[in-house]
Structures are given as structure tokens and as C-alpha cells.
Ligand binder design. Structure first.
Ligand code: GL4
Length: 775
């Protein structure tokens, strides 16, 4: 498969070089690719032959596919989005490159030991046939040092950055095949090693073995490990080093490619579009200024015009703790010349603001790239906005929110047109066809072709069969088989027996207070308490449920780890309660990752997307679950809102307060004007009684609801959450209506393909056209 990919990769790169038109560069610190083999077979249209051949040899393709280790160079939604985008870019024949870091360790593996999360390193490179080391493509990257400034004879000022530590970036290329096209794009990942000058053989020979090895290790540390945080900024020097290392190597590469065609520098934005996936690559703006001004000797204004025509910035979160800010002293030490350039960008920007709003001094401090705290910090999002042509959010509500909250002052300055929305999407190749071959086959049969895989709006053809009893049966059979597969997995890995006829209720995503897994498990406890209080006769009328959780907590996120502990503690009690039997089971799936998502999504009846309104920028698993024939319970947040618009509000279980009310509710909590919801109070009392083990373990969770001010508004949403779950139970009893609703929902999910998202970026942000690569 790898050899086949590389043939198309070569063809594609040659074709792109020949036409030499505008290319897209997607800079992302995370690419959560998952497995490659199945996708490569699909895109090379060779799977049927391969399955047959493998079976003649006495093996099953599923087992073979299962041998592959996930490429897990990402934390969650942001990294998986980048992977879906690469798939769509290639499928739609856009000349595009991804640039990232080749971490030696991806996101840690999660083990659950005695109910607690334990992190184990993910060494994934011992067998990785999908990457091509390019020892011919290296870039020396400098850190630290000082800036020497002098005036030339003609009076121009020159800045030279020198005297620092040098590390070498080595390219590793990963082919990205498109579906139903020969286009195979490139994902270039950089690995760090000592620069040839740096590894001191002299020291090595003279017996100072230790320090020469230390130098080597220091260089290799840069690309050693992915920071395991989602939606949280930790501000460590090594992270800034990673960012500059990757950005500088990538820009060097991009500039080198541009220079090959000997165009004028002012043509740069006509040939190059660079998309910043969150603020992580924002230094690229500064680095391009440094290249143009210090190295290519363009004047500042010409350089700035080029830069601001080249970049686009995607914002993925409004959570204040996730917005990147670098301490000025730390930054000054590591990147002294870049700090000067940032100061100049800021100076010229503030001068222009002052000219336009002469009386508004407050505005200047509000929009300054430098925050006057102690120490001063650099607001990376502001730098990204000022240095980009377009800024986008990732779902409609989110894109509106950034304009009215965190970035509102910039609307005043730049006007509303600089800010836009591109709602996220997911690739139907992986998230429908590969994850759910049975459903994909059924849809193909019904529609008479598999063209929906490249034109997802064709799913609309299913709607007319929504009431067809025969089709409903086939549809629900597929769901049942997928649930059976999951039930077997649960039995094999946890020993817990679950009935595939029960309602499977799944919440899988990173563990975070704002995503409110704590509310889900409180809801489970509340259900458990009501079941316990019922008579046998009453119990017999209840819908059987399996509550399935999965997700990693950042290693330093204590509250998230406590939430996991509560889930595992509840599962120990509930699953072993003979009064309850099969009425309620609670399962925590260890080490949730892309491959596990691929078999969880097809097996859900209901999935939970229940963030506090206004906190989840988009969510993308909500799209995957609905596309796989599940319904969702959710808040009016992120892409849930657009999913509702598309599939109809009668097919989604919405509940809870709205984003516009959050501020007032929080205010009420701070000033002690709210009593805890009574059902939630019962749950807290039960935990404190010790029903789920030593209550002290969970004190933090209870405290967050009480003295902590209930920042995530669990109490405010709890009653409506529970009553909406009751509606779910009622709806689930009517199998025909449930089948009808899931069929209609799937038929209306065409909008959520990442192909649509990528076409929007191409037309509205990048201004780039596809290139047809000959067979
Ligand atoms: C995230 C958002 O939290 C998530 O809602 C969104 O779907 C994703 C992709 O846009 O980006 N932002 C960060 S940070 N991590 C995410 O997963």
C-alpha cells in the first residue's frame, strides 16, 4: 500500500510543481490521524481484492487492520479536525501541504488502575511504514542569542540575530491520499536533532561523554512529546521552543519553494496561503516578517502587506484558560529578535488605531498585543488577528461569540468582514464508510451508488424511505449488530455484560469540566436512586440503559481525574447491584482514541454533547454520532445548533440554559442567590454518605457546585437535563418512530462533511483552485 501511495504522491508533486499555482499550507501542532491502512486501501480502491487475498491466506482483514498502532499526534477535536481537513483537501484536489511536528511520543495511553487514570507513554514509531524520512531536507533553527543592530553606510539599520543555540529540523513526509482521485498530498512533520555543528565529537572523544550526550538529548527533546492538554495553555518554555522550531522550519520550506519560480516578493500571497490552526503557529507571522525584512531586505510596509495577505487564523476556543499568552521575559530570552518585531508590529498597529480613534485611550490598552500584567505577556490571539487577512470561528454560535466577547474591540477597528465562520465538518470516508461498513453498504444499496461518499448531500435521497418498514428493519438491524460488536468489546475488556437491546448512551471526548461529564454521572446516580426507590413492577416498565463514558484527562488536571474516579466508582456499585440487574450499567472505556471512536460512533442510540452553553466551540463527534444513526442529547452550543437546524428540532433532545444567560447565572451563584437543584442535592448527599466509596475523594466535585460557585452551571441545567432524559426513554420505546427519526436525521447530515468546510475555506479565505492530477 505504501508503495502505491508513493507513486501517486510523486505524480501529484510533479503536477503541482508544473502548474505552480497557489498552494495551501495548513500549520497545525496536532494531526490526530488514527490508523492508515484501511483508509489507504479505500482511497486506492483496492480493498475488495485485498480482503479476498487475505482471506485466502486464512486471515480476516479486521484482525489485520487491528494490528496497526494509531498515529495519535493530537489531543482531541482540534487535532482530528486537522486530519479530516487533510483528507478533504486531497479528495477535492487542492494543492495543499500539512506541516506539523513528528512527536516521538503522541498522546499518552490511558490505563485505569483501581479506578484511577494512569498515563503510559505512547511510543508509536517502532513500526511506522507510512512516513518517509527525508534526510536531504533539513533546516537549522536558532534559539536564544542576541540581536546586533548597526547602521550601514547608506543609513539603513540592520538587525542580525546571532550567537544562539542551533538545532536541526529533519523532514519526515507522510502521503495523504484523496478519495477517488490520484491526488496524494504531503504532510511534512519535523523532527529535531543536534545540528551537525552542535554534536561535539571533540568533547565526545576527549572523554566528556556525558555532556555531549546531554547536548544531543536537549536537541531531541524539542520534538519528543506532544503536550497532553486540550483547551488549556500551560506556557512552558519547551512548548514555545516546539512552536518556533516547527514554524521556522515550515516557513523556510515554503519560502524556498516560492523562490524556485523567481517571482517578485509581492506575488507571495498569490502563490501562498497559510492557515494557522489556532494560535499555536502564530509565530509564523513574526518569522515571515523577519525573513522579509532582515534577510530579504524588504521595507517594513511592503513586508507587512505581504504578511497580512498571506495568513488566515482559525480560533477554536473562547475559554480564557486556553488562550495562549507568552511571558515577555521568557520570550525575550528565547527569541530576542522576534520580540523586537512584535513590539514594532504592536507600535505601528496602535499608532494606526490612535489615528482613527484619537480620544479612546482605553481602546489602545484593550487591543495591545502586550498585556500590562506582571510580568508582561504577549497575547498570541491578538497578534494572529492583526497579522491575518481573515479570522474564523468553527461554528455559527462560536463565530458570533468571538465577535461579541473576546475579540469585540477588533470589530471596531477592522470592521466585521475580517471575521467569518466556517462550520467544522468530518470526513464521511472514515466516519461513515470505514467506521460503519454495514450502514455504508445499506445506504449504497438504497441509493444505488456510493457517490454519497464524495457528495454527502446525496444522503437526502434516503429521506423518502424513512417510513418504509422493511428499510427501517434493515436500518435497526445494522444498529443492533454494531451494538453487539461493542457489547462484546465491553465484555472482553472490562468483564461487564451489557444487553445490546438496552439504550446505549455514550459520552466520549476529553474529560473537562466545561464538557460536563460530571453532570452526566450525577444524572446516572440520580437514575440509580430512582430505580432503587421503585417497586419491582415499576422497574419492569423502565427502559434499560447502558451509560458509556470514555476520555482522557490532562495529566495535571485534578478535577478531570476526579470525574473519572467518580464514574468508575459508580460503575462498581451500580453494575454489581442485584436490584438493578440489566436496567442500568455504567462502563468506562479505557484509552479512548480515534480507533475506538470508529467503533463507538456506530453503536450509539444516544450520545451526549452537554457543554455549558457558549463553551464548546463546535464539537465534531456530535456530527459523527448523528451521521451513524444515533440521536443526541445536547445543549444549545457549538455545532449542536446547526445540527438542529439541519435535521429538525423534533430529532434532537435539547435542554438547558442559553449562552446569553450564562453570565447572569454565574453572577447569581457568586452572590449566593441560588439554591442547589433538589435532585442534584440528593445526588451530592448520596456521594457524601459514602455510597460510592470514601467521600473525601469526591469533595472537590461537590465543592465546585457549592462554594466554588458552580461555574459550569450544573445545578442550573440539572432539572432540564433529567426531564429531557425522560423524554429520551419515552421516545426509545417507539422503535418505528426512532428508526424514522434516525433515518431522516442521517439523510439531512450532508452539510457536515469536511468537504463542504474545505470548499468554504478555499473560496472565502484562501482563494485557491483545485489542480487535476492525471491518472
Ligand atoms: C476545539 C474545540 O474545543 C472543539 O469544540 C472544536 O470542535 C475543535 C475543532 O474546531 O476545537 N478547540 C480546542 S482548543 N480543542 C478542541 O477540540
Amino acid at each position: 500500500m505504501r508503495d502505491r501511495l508513493i507513486i501517486d504522491w510523486n505524480k501529484t508533486q510533479q503536477a503541482h510543481t508544473l502548474v505552480d499555482q497557489k498552494r495551501v499550507y495548513y500549520l497545525s501542532l496536532e494531526f490526530l490521524m488514527g490508523r492508515t491502512l484501511d483508509n489507504a486501501m479505500l482511497n486506492q480502491r483496492i480493498k475488495d481484492v485485498a480482503v479476498e487475498g487475505i482471506s485466502e491466506l486464512g486471515f480476516r482483514m479486521e484482525d489485520l487492520i487491528d494490528q496497526e498502532h494509531d498515529a495519535a499526534l493530537g489531543n482531541g477535536g482540534l487535532g482530528r479536525l486537522a486530519a479530516c481537513f487533510l483528507d478533504s483537501l486531497a479528495t477535492l484536489n487542492y494543492p495543499a501541504w500539512g506541516y506539523g511536528l513528528r512527536y516521538r511520543y503522541g498522546i499518552f495511553k490511558q490505563e485505569i488502575i483501581d479506578g484511577y487514570q494512569v498515563e503510559v507513554p505512547d511510543y508509536w514509531l517502532d513500526f511506522n511504514p507510512w512516513e518517509f524520512p527525508r534526510h536531504d531536507i533539513t533546516v537549522d533553527i536558532m534559539f536564544y542569542g542576541y540581536v546586533r543592530r548597526y547602521t550601514e553606510e547608506d543609513g539603513t539599520t540592520v538587525n542580525v540575530w546571532e550567537g544562539g543555540e542551533v538545532v536541526q529540523a529533519v523532514a519526515y513526509d507522510v502521503p495523504i491520499p484523496g478519495y477517488d482521485t490520484p491526488t496524494t498530498n504531503n504532510l511534512r512533520l519535523w523532527s529535531s536533532k543536534p545540528s551537525t555543528g552542535e554534536f561535539d565529537f571533540q568533547k565526545f572523544n576527549s572523554g566528556d561523554y556525558e555532556s555531549s550526550v546531554r547536548d544531543q538529548q536537549r536537541a531531541e527533546t524539542i520534538s519528543a512529546v506532544l503536550y497532553p492538554n486540550d483547551n488549556i495553555d500551560v506556557g512552558k518554555e519547551l512548548r514555545l521552543k516546539q512552536q518556533y522550531f516547527w514554524v521556522a522550519a515550515s516557513l523556510h520550506d515554503i519560502v524556498r519553494r516560492f523562490k524556485k519560480s523567481h517571482r517578485a516578493w509581492t506575488d507571495f500571497p498569490l502563490q501562498v496561503a497559510i492557515q494557522l490552526n489556532d494560535t499555536h503557529p502564530t509565530l509564523a507571522i513574526v518569522e515571515l516578517m523577519r525573513i522579509l525584512v532582515d534577510k530579504e531586505h524588504l521595507d517594513w510596509d511592503t513586508a507587512w502587506n505581504i504578511v497580512t495577505e498571506t495568513f488566515g487564523y482559525t480560533n477554536h476556543t473562547v475559554l480564557p484558560e486556553a488562550l495562549e499568552k507568552w511571558s515577555v521575559p521568557l520570550f525575550q530570552n528565547l527569541l530576542p529578535r522576534h520580540l523586537q518585531i512584535i513590539y514594532d508590529i504592536n507600535l505601528f498597529f496602535l499608532q494606526s488605531v490612535e489615528r482613527r480613534f484619537p480620544k479612546d485611550r482605553e481602546l489602545l490598552s484593550k487591543v495591545s498585543i502586550i498585556e500590562e500584567s506582571n510580568p508582561q505577556v504577549i497575547r498570541m490571539a491578538y497578534l494572529a488577528i492583526i497579522g491575518s487577512k481573515k479570522v474564523n470561528g468553527v461554528a455559527e454560535l462560536h463565530s458570533d461569540l468571538i465577535k461579541t466577547t473576546i475579540f469585540k474591540d477588533f470589530i471596531k477597528i477592522f470592521g466585521p468582514d475580517k471575521f467569518t465562520n466556517v462550520t467544522n465538518g468530518v470526513t464521511p470516508r472514515r466516519w461513515l464508510h470505514q467506521a460503519n461498513p454495514r450502514l455504508s453498504a445499506l445506504i449504497s444499496k438504497k441509493l444505488g451508488s456510493d457517490k454519497f461518499l464524495s457528495d454527502l448531500n446525496l444522503l437526502s435521497g434516503l429521506e423518502k424511505f424513512a417510513d418504509d418498514k422493511e428499510f427501517q428493519k434493515e436500518w435497526m438491524d445494522v444498529k443492533y449488530q454494531n451494538k453487539q460488536r461493542l457489547a462484546k468489546y465491553i465484555k472482553d475488556t472490562t468483564g461487564i455484560s451489557v444487553d445490546p437491546n438496552a439504550l446505549f448512551d455514550i459520552q466520549v471526548k476529553r474529560i473537562h469540566e466545561y464538557k460536563r461529564q460530571q453532570m452526566n454521572i450525577f444524572g446516572v446516580i440520580s437514575r440509580y436512586l430512582s430505580l432503587k426507590a421503585m417497586t419491582k413492577e415499576e422497574r419492569a416498565k423502565q427502559v434499560q440503559r447502558v451509560s458509556i463514558f470514555g476520555g482522557k484527562a490532562a495529566p495535571g488536571y485534578w478535577m478531570a481525574k476526579t470525574i473519572i474516579r467518580l464514574i468508575t466508582a459508580v460503575s462498581e456499585v451500580v453494575n454489581n447491584d442485584v436490584d438493578i440487574g440489566d436496567l442500568l450499567k455504567v462502563v468506562f472505556i479505557e484509552d479512548y482514541n480515534v480507533s475506538k471512536a470508529e467503533f463507538l460512533c456506530p453503536a450509539s442510540d444516544l450520545s451526549e454533547h452537554i457543554s455549558t452553553a457558549g463553551t464548546e466551540a463546535s464539537g465534531t463527534s456530535n456530527m459523527k454520532f448523528v451521521l451513524n444513526g444515533g440521536l443526541i442529547i445536547g445543549t444549545c452550543d457549538g455545532a449542536n445548533i446547526e445540527i438542529t437546524r439541519e435535521i429538525g428540532e423534533e430529532r434532537i433532545f435539547l435542554f438547558g440554559n442559553l449562552a446569553e444567560d450564562v453570565e447572569d447565572l454565574r453572577h447569581a451563584h457568586r452572590y449566593g442567590k441560588t439554591a442547589m437543584d433538589p435532585a442534584l442535592k440528593e445526588v451530592c448527599d448520596e456521594i457524601e454518605k459514602g455510597t460510592f466509596g470514601e467521600p473525601g475523594v469526591f469533595a472537590g466535585l461537590i465543592h465546585a457546585l457549592t462554594d466554588g460557585g458552580d461555574y459550569y452551571l450544573v445545578s442550573d441545567d440539572f432539572a432540564s437535563y433529567l426531564s429531557t432524559h425522560k423524554l429520551v426513554d419515552e421516545a426509545f420505546k417507539d422503535t418505528a418512530a426512532w428508526a424514522h427519526n434516525t433515518i431522516v436525521a442521517v439523510s439531512r447530515m450532508g452539510f457536515f462533511t469536511s468537504d463542504r468546510a474545505i470548499n468554504e475555506y478555499a473560496d472565502e479565505i484562501w482563494n485557491v483552485d483545485p489542480v487535476i492530477v492525471g491518472k
